[in-house]
Design a protein. Structure first.
Length: 156
């Protein structure tokens, strides 16, 4: 499956009152090579194994395959991951015809808040909430696989 998404910085906490759902996520990477990533994620009471391919040049699209695994399998696989686990709380916000996933990061990425919106086409139009800031689509330093290696709090 091809994933098409755009990513933005978030300028305020206003999204929290608009959220219809929230949950914590813990994830690590079995492989964080720029050509492909293999992610293990704990979300709610489930585990997920995800493979993502290299992004297109504009950063909008890439191959993504995800498979649900047991919580125990995910916990065991997290123990095999590269150094640098991502901890975050995700808020789901419906705005217009789209759902924005807003991630508030903890630990070494504390202070970073990112919003993503999945699209059905690269040129699809969507309404932007007031709290949506600078677009960072395609800027690899904002990829979770890179945040696990080079966390937000270490940026100068």
């Amino acid at each position: 499956m091809i994933e098409i998404e755009r990513k933005f910085l978030v300028t305020s906490n206003a999204f929290k009152v608009e959220a219809f759902n929230s949950y914590t996520i813990k994830q690590g990477f079995l492989n964080s090579h720029k050509e492909r990533t293999v992610r293990v994620r704990l979300k709610k009471d489930s585990g997920y194994l995800t493979v993502k391919g290299k992004s297109t040049e504009n950063g909008l699209s890439r191959f993504e395959w995800e498979h649900k695994i047991s919580l125990l399998e995910a916990e065991n696989l997290l123990g095999l991951c590269e150094e640098g686990v991502i901890d975050k709380k995700r808020y789901n916000v419906k705005y217009g015809n789209h759902i924005f996933e807003v991630d508030v990061f903890f630990g070494d990425n504390e202070g970073l808040v990112l919003a993503e919106v999945e699209l059905t086409a690269e040129d699809e139009q969507f309404e932007k909430p007031e709290w949506l800031g600078e677009e960072v689509t395609g800027d690899t330093k904002y990829y979770n696989s890179q945040l696990s290696k080079y966390p937000f709090q270490s940026w100068t």
